[in-house]
Structure formats: structure tokens, C-alpha cells
Design a protein around this ligand. Structure first.
Ligand code: ASP
Length: 411
């Protein structure tokens, strides 16, 4: 019997995951079937993420170093750099703007009182990290002993070292030909392993979604419904209208074409809530399905997975205004501008792992004097919203690679 295509399997798995998760939720946590089911789905889901993470660091390392070396050979390096950074900054700005506009208009949290959440906040301790320190720590984390960065899975530091190595390879020219060939073959072989891991993707995705849906606290969701609706609505606006529109205007590619090529990665991002874990799949979609040249995708996509997070930036801005409403503070224009800037920085600094946005959120709140402890209120709904914001984050990276390819080929 011939199995349906991987794309179809992944979509079916996502639906099955949500339906079974809802069923488990209705049975209650004490049911023995639910207990066994959650244990199994937890195990399978974690193993799937472990497999993706296993291949992540070799992939990022080889793809960036090879990407840079190839770009330079084509004399395109400067244009790729500039268009990538401009595109990332532009789309993140739109995302934060949307988050702020929607929150000002719908005012989620207005009329509710933070006292309602006293219990949640009481037990919560945040790490105080004011903006200048956050910035210093961020810069400090960029340059590390490469072996330590590789061993600890520090993606951003690996990206930076691979960039430097790529430049050194080019400068050395013929002298380091063998190292370049080694890295090129390393990239090829890691992509081969990614395609093996993807065979397990339907199972992993179903398992992750079962666990996520079954363990949600329904009462909490009711209280936060308005805020969640605003965030989800704005994320969808950005992901379904703004980004595809930009793609269409710049490259002429339709949203349907994009969805067909990108869905493996979008669904994986949704289920794993991790841009980093999804990165191997995102690379595969960009190169194999969306036909972005490997040297462009190899640079734009891994960089995007670490610094380009539209969904996270949008969420952080909206959440800051939500908390301000709860505390009963009206943020003026200047304060909102501060939220704007810090939300952008926070999104750049957030690693691509589940709930990373929650950690950097503290900085956004503190920048305008909001109580950092208030993120305790957001924690119960965070994993749920993380699914969609990670999907938008990853979508931005793939669209970025297509746009950059187009911009570079024009000139
Ligand atoms: N989970 C997100 C990502 O990996 C980051 C976040 O917003 O928490 O892209």
C-alpha cells in the first residue's frame, strides 16, 4: 500500500492530535487511559524534538559557513546581508505596530483587576534584568569558544562563529578548499538525516499536540479569552495577510504556492513551539520545496530562526499593554514607543525555544515600570499562544529567504 505524501500525513496528524487531545481533556486527568496516553505522547513528542535538536547544530554550522563562502564567490554577500536585515527589521516593525494598534483599539484587560490573579503572582519570582543589562548580556553571548557553543547548543553563538569561518574560508580561497568541501558534504549529509527524521514527523506532531491540548486549563482560558482573541487575531492578520502580501508584491508568488511548499515547516513550528527545533525542516522546505538557492537559504533561514521573530515581537507588545490595562495604567505615546523598541529587541534576543518570549517579556514590562511578576498571569496561556507565534516566526524566515533571493537577483 502506498502511503499518502508526507505533507498530507503531517496535516492529518495535526488534526488527529488536536481531536485526541480534546477527547483526553474531556475524560479528565485521573482517567487511566489519559494517564497512559499522556505518558506515551510526552515520550514520543520529546523524542521527535530531540532528533531535530540532534541535527540542528551541525546543520546551522555547515549551512552558514558554506552559505557565506558561496555568496562571496558570487559577489553577492553585501546585498544579501543588507536585504536580509532590512526585511527582518521591516516585518518586525509591522508586527509590533499591529500588536500595539490592536491592543489600543480592543483594550483587552481593561475592567479586569490584577488582584484577581494575586494567587498566581504570589508564588512567582522573576529575574530582574533591566534593558542595558539585557543588551550587554546579549552582546556578550554572541562570541564564545566555538566548541563550547557547539556542545551547549547555543545557536546564536554558533551562527556568529560560522559567519566568521565562512568569511575566513573565502579570504583564504584555494588554500582552504578541502575544508570547504568537507563542510559542503557535511551539509548534504545532515540534510539527508533531516529527511529521515521527517518520516517520524507525523507521529511526533500528533504526540506533541495531544499533550498540549489535553493539559490546558479551561477555566483560565475563559478569563483570558479577550486577550487571547486579540493576540490570535493579530497574529493571523500578520501571517495570513501582511506577510503573504509582501511576498506577492515582491516576488509575485501566491499565498497558496507558499503554503504548499511551507506547510511541513509551519505545522512542525506549531507543534514544537520552537523555531530552533523546526530549523532543519524550515531549511528543507526553503531549499527543496520553495526553491530558494541553498547559499541564500543557508544564510537567511538560520539567522532568521535566531533573530527574526515577528510573532514574538507582536505578542510581547500586546501583552505589555494587556498588563498595563490590568494594573490600571494608561501608557502614553512615549511609553508605548518604549514598548515598541523593547519588544523588538526582546524578540531578537529570545532564543527559538518554547516560551522563550516569556523570559524576555520581563524586560519589556520593566522598561515602562510595569510589575514583572505580572507575567505569572500569562504563563498558563503561554504555551497555547506560543504555537501560533512560533508559526509566524518561522513563516517570516521562509518568506524572508524568498524575498531576499528575489531582491538579490534583480540587481
Ligand atoms: N517559541 C518561540 C520560537 O521558538 C519564541 C517565543 O516567542 O517564545 O520562535
Amino acid at each position: 500500500m502506498k502511503l499518502p505524501s508526507l505533507n498530507i500525513q503531517i496535516l492529518v496528524a495535526a488534526v488527529v492530535g488536536v481531536v485526541v487531545g480534546l477527547y483526553f481533556h474531556s475524560l479528565g486527568a485521573d482517567n487511566s487511559l489519559v494517564k497512559g496516553g499522556l505518558y506515551a505522547s510526552g515520550l514520543i513528542g520529546t523524542l521527535f524534538i530531540d532528533l531535530l535538536k540532534m541535527i540542528l547544530i551541525p546543520l546551522v554550522f555547515c549551512s552558514i559557513a558554506v552559505g557565506i563562502a558561496n555568496l562571496r564567490q558570487h559577489q553577492q554577500m553585501h546585498r544579501v546581508w543588507v536585504s536580509t536585515l532590512v526585511f527582518f527589521a521591516f516585518t518586525t516593525t509591522i508586527a509590533v505596530g499591529l500588536g500595539l494598534l490592536a491592543s489600543n483599539y480592543f483594550k483587552p484587560g481593561a475592567g479586569m483587576q490584577i488582584a484577581m490573579f494575586a494567587d498566581a503572582m504570589g508564588e512567582f519570582k522573576t529575574q530582574q534584568l533591566p534593558l542595558p543589562e539585557f543588551f550587554a548580556q546579549f552582546l556578550h553571548g554572541l562570541f564564545m569558544n566555538p566548541f563550547q557553543a557547539l556542545a551547549n547548543g547555543n545557536v546564536l553563538a554558533v551562527v556568529i562563529f560560522a559567519l566568521i569561518l565562512g568569511v575566513a574560508l573565502v579570504m583564504g580561497g584555494e588554500r582552504y578548499k578541502n575544508i570547504l568541501v568537507l563542510l559542503q558534504e557535511g551539509l548534504e549529509i545532515t540534510m539527508r538525516i533531516v529527511s529521515w527524521v521527517m518520516v517520524l514527523a507525523p507521529l511526533g506532531i500528533a504526540a506533541l499536540l495531544i499533550k498540549l491540548v489535553a493539559t490546558q486549563d479551561a477555566a483560565m482560558l475563559g478569563t483570558m479569552a479577550k486577550f487571547m482573541t486579540v493576540v490570535i487575531g493579530t497574529l493571523l492578520l500578520h501571517g495570513i495577510v501582511i506577510l503573504p502580501l509582501l511576498l506577492f508584491l515582491i516576488t509575485g508568488k501566491t499565498p497558496l504556492w507558499f503554503w504548499r511548499g511551507a506547510r511541513e515547516s509551519l505545522v512542525t513550528a506549531f507543534a514544537t513551539s520552537s523555531s530552533s527545533a523546526t530549523l532543519p525542516v524550515t531549511m528543507r522546505c526553503s531549499v527543496q520545496h520553495l526553491h530558494v538557492k541553498p547559499e541564500i537559504a543557508g544564510f537567511v533561514v538560520p539567522l532568521g530562526a535566531t533573530i527574526n521573530m515577528d510573532g514574538t515581537a507582536l505578542y510581547e507588545a500586546a501583552a505589555a499593554l494587556f498588563i498595563a490595562n490590568l494594573v490600571g495604567i494608561d501608557l502614553n505615546l512615549t511609553q508605548q514607543m518604549i514598548v515598541f523598541v523593547t519588544a523588538m529587541i526582546a524578540a531578537v534576543g529570545a532564543p527559538g525555544i518554547p516560551s522563550a518570549g516569556m523570559v524576555t517579556m520581563v524586560m519589556v514590562l520593566q522598561s515602562v515600570g510595569l510589575p514583572a511578576e505580572a507575567i505569572a498571569i500569562l504563563l498558563p496561556i503561554d504555551r497555547l499562544l506560543d504555537t501560533l507565534r512560533t508559526t509566524v516566526n518561522v513563516q517570516g524566515d521562509m518568506i524572508g529567504s524568498l524575498v531576499v533571493q528575489k531582491l538579490v537577483s534583480k540587481t
